[in-house]
Design a binder for this molecule. Structure first.
Ligand code: SAM
Ligand code: SF4
Ligand code: SF4
Length: 353
């Protein structure tokens, strides 16, 4: 088993493939005000769906304590996600707590943007520096279909404007692309944000979870996405900003900004995956496609010391051998397997992408 080592002041805990644990994605709620067809389809997540009861959800104090322990083991970046993080009551108070953790140099948040207009100022004041807004299209009718709610894109766009106004820059816009659903609108999305400084990242539709009806035919590959956009706006490849960056970057040849593609299906990047995930109910998950997770909440509530928690996390990360997307790629019959017919996978809304 790999033991954590101390190098130039920072703890380096590595997994079986030598990958350090650098990022922690914290899902602060399993609830959401949208019902995106690829994540929480309305026919499954209806009025009677039972989300986590309050006592099962980590309190802000518990989340902060765990984040501190993760930071002590080498995590430097936190991303707040969900479900929809902005539906968690008093979220800015959590951000305030996390900002003060030694060793954390970057805190970001991913949101569907619906509540952003009213919350951007408080989030910024609490110390948040960066946000990612999910926006799959600018077409209201397509957006209604994809989000499972009759809202359209107006409020999300207003949320982005407000985020800019309060200084939550630079903003990333995440766009999941599905063939036959919104792939004909990606050039419009690129055009809309070109020259604004915001970076649109087009994401291949992933087979995460068991309930979103994933089909290989619905995946539009990064290559196709780049082909479509560069036919309109010539692009030049850019170097990654850092090891493990999930998006492959391209600049507009005319110097008006950049876009990214996240090719989790067609070009997996498990080799550089440094991301751990903490579910709303306190489980540590080491891969987007994991089956369950390790219960840290019971340890925490059972009186474990910080050292006990660090030892539990170290054990899990040291034994981590996840590389789901790479194995899927190598599998000749991966369409069925990847569609979740072979085993149960955790759902996206529980771990937040
Ligand atoms: N509710 C927030 C939001 O939508 O931004 C945060 C949580 S959401 C699960 C995080 C990201 O996962 C979103 O950008 C969403 O589009 C993406 N996502 C969800 N299901 C996906 C899938 N099957 N394939 C690719 N991306 C997915
Ligand atoms: Fe909600 Fe985000 Fe999932 Fe859409 S992708 S249902 S906004 S958690
Ligand atoms: Fe990381 Fe798992 Fe995704 Fe590979 S499949 S990049 S290990 S989360």
């Amino acid at each position: 088993m790999t033991q954590p080592t101390q190098q130039s002041g920072a703890m380096t805990l590595t997994d079986k493939f030598g990958r350090p644990m650098r990022d922690l994605r914290i899902s602060v709620t399993d609830r959401c005000n949208f019902r995106c067809t690829y994540c929480m389809p309305a026919e499954i997540f209806g009025d009677r769906y039972e989300f986590l009861p309050k006592p099962e959800i980590l309190s802000f104090e518990e989340t902060e304590r765990l984040a501190r322990v993760f930071a002590g083991l080498g995590v430097t970046k936190l991303r707040i996600t969900g479900g929809e993080p902005l539906v968690r009551a008093q979220l800015p108070a959590l951000i305030e707590k996390l900002v003060g953790i030694e060793g954390i140099d970057d805190i970001a948040l991913t949101t569907n943007g619906f509540l952003l207009k009213q919350m951007a100022g408080d989030l910024k004041a609490a110390g948040l520096e960066r946000i990612t807004v999910s926006l799959d299209t600018l077409d209201d009718e397509i957006s209604k279909k994809m989000s499972g709610r009759p809202y359209g894109v107006g409020r999300t766009l207003e949320g982005i404007e407000e985020a800019v106004r309060v200084g939550l820059n630079p903003i990333k816009i995440d766009t999941v692309v599905q063939r036959g659903v919104n792939d004909h609108t990606i050039v419009d999305t690129a055009r809309h944000f070109k020259g604004t400084g915001h970076i649109v990242r087009f994401i291949e539709f992933m087979d995460v979870g068991n309930r979103n009806g994933w089909k290989l035919e619905r995946v539009v590959t990064a290559k196709e996405i780049i082909g479509k956009i560069s036919a309109e706006f010539p692009l030049v490849p850019l170097e990654p900003n850092y090891r493990g960056e999930v998006a492959t970057r391209y600049a507009y040849a005319d110097g008006t900004g950049e876009i990214g593609v996240i090719a989790s299906v067609s070009m997996p990047f498990c080799g550089d995956c440094t991301r751990a995930r903490l579910t709303t109910d306190g489980r540590l998950v080491t891969c987007l496609f994991a089956s369950g997770g390790t219960d840290l909440k019971s340890l925490l509530r059972g009186g474990a010391s910080d050292e006990d928690l660090a030892a539990a996390i170290t054990k899990v990360w040291s034994n981590r051998g996840d590389r789901y997307s790479e194995l899927r790629e190598a599998n000749t019959n991966w369409s069925d397997k990847a569609a979740g017919k072979d085993r149960k996978k955790i759902e996206m809304y529980q771990i937040g992408g």
